[in-house]
Design a protein around this ligand. Structure first.
Ligand code: ZN
Length: 212
């Protein structure tokens, strides 16, 4: 049986956060010495640190919260594609033209490797953005989940978040911060389940892939 590959960012004190957002921390609140029996830890993090999903409430006051999202979106067949021109810095936008040559018919979960976030110990200064028009095109192919190796689908300084909104309008959910450096293009099985956070705007996930 093929092995599962971990495509999640490691959560430790070096994981980068959005500028100004809550840094990740983990500490023991009880040590085994203190309690006499167990180590018990506590972690603090932003819901958008590392590999995570966005719930529509992140950018829409009336949008769904994490626990309202369909878990079936986050488990199942997924296609990984590489956009090498993006990786080489030639393309600043991922739109219909960039994916038109790739067969995406019937793909429910699409993961795009751009390679544009090269050093994951620091938050990037600039990332390629998703053109909002891509949302309708992907929805017509059958895509319901879009995953990227980037911290956002919109430019980092965007306030209007046009790609987030366009994707949600077309019922495509967002998975961000994947680590796809060693993942060849192809068809896989994906597991990237959010935590059952009832009210949250996003959730960290442990994302894993295995070849089909
Ligand atoms: Zn996010």
């Amino acid at each position: 049986m093929t092995k599962w590959m971990d495509i999640s960012q490691r959560l430790d004190s070096h994981v980068p956060t959005w500028p100004g957002d809550t840094p990740f921390s983990y500490r023991l609140t009880w040590t085994k010495q203190m309690s006499g029996s167990v180590n018990v830890g506590q972690f603090t993090m932003s819901t958008h640190t590392g590999t995570h999903i966005d719930a529509p409430f992140h950018f829409d006051e009336n949008g769904k919260r994490v626990l309202e999202l369909d878990v079936n979106l986050y488990v199942g067949p997924a296609r990984v594609i590489h956009l090498l021109d993006v990786e080489r810095g030639k393309v600043a936008r991922i739109g219909v033209d960039e994916v038109a040559q790739i067969d995406l018919q019937g793909v429910t979960r699409l993961l795009i490797r751009t390679g544009a976030w090269a050093d994951r110990r620091v938050f990037p200064e600039k990332i390629p953005e998703i053109h909002p028009d891509l949302a309708e095109y992907l929805a017509n192919c059958g895509v319901r989940l879009l995953g990227l190796d980037l911290p956002s689908v919109d430019p980092l300084d965007s306030k209007a978040l046009p790609a987030h909104h366009a994707l949600t309008r077309h019922h495509i959910h967002i998975l961000e911060g994947l680590v796809l450096d060693d993942v060849p293009a192809g068809d896989y099985e994906l597991v990237a389940l959010p935590l059952p956070l009832a009210d949250a705007d996003g959730s960290p996930v442990r994302a894993i892939l295995r070849a089909m």
